[in-house]
Design a protein around this ligand. Sequence first.
Ligand SMILES: [Fe+2]
Length: 264
Amino acid sequence: MSYDDVKTSGKPIPKGLQECIPDYRDIHEVDVPNYTDEQHGTWALLMENQSKVLPNRACSEFLEGLNAIEFPRDRIPKLRDISDSIEKHTGWTLMRVDGLVPDKEFFTLLAEKIFPSTDFIRERSEIGYTPSPDMFHDLLGHVPLLINPRFTAFFEKFGKAGVEAFRRGHPGIKMLPRLYWYTVEFGLIKNPEGLRIYGSGIVSSPNEVLYSLSDEPKKIPFTVEEIIQKPYDIWKMQTELFVIDSFEQLEGDFEAWCVKEKLL
Ligand SMILES: [Fe+2]
């Protein structure tokens, strides 16, 4: 049987996924877990904690996305509902995954405008910190910017560049995860009101929100060339953070680097 024959919820599997992620399933075909009251309570507590610290610290683009998505405050949302909300704005959708996705598959999903999200919530004892990203990180951290067309324009190019890097065995295979770390996960941005956060690793953690805008981590103007040479440590608070002027700069500088490297 060819994958062209397989339909999911009436939609064909995106062409780019057919070889790389043959077990791709449309989000509407995935069963929703039966969460316990305690798990819904964990989500509510995380939402309450973050809603106290994000105003005036997260960037305006993120906060606009957060308002538009209207995450439930007292219960865990269904991935399919969040996916439908995103799709109305930018055409991006979610795919349910068990956990971290290997880089090649991750790039392929992004190139197809699909963001992978887990559907499990951290233990109550891990409210402040969880070693493996859970659905609170994936949804609250990443989704608000997935409805911002300027950010998604960058994100789609990032995925396509990664696919091309793997196809050619280009060193971008090692460089692009660094760029992802210092922008998508831990990036800061200059808003007209001042320095703000857009990195999902920061916005989904109360401790990181306060720490990132303190004097402690060094703030460095964003350049692709510097970031792609800089390794990162996932187990420590970040000592250096990169600051973009705008999402236009992020997209424009990244595209220029990709063109130079023949990745786009
Ligand atoms: Fe993340």
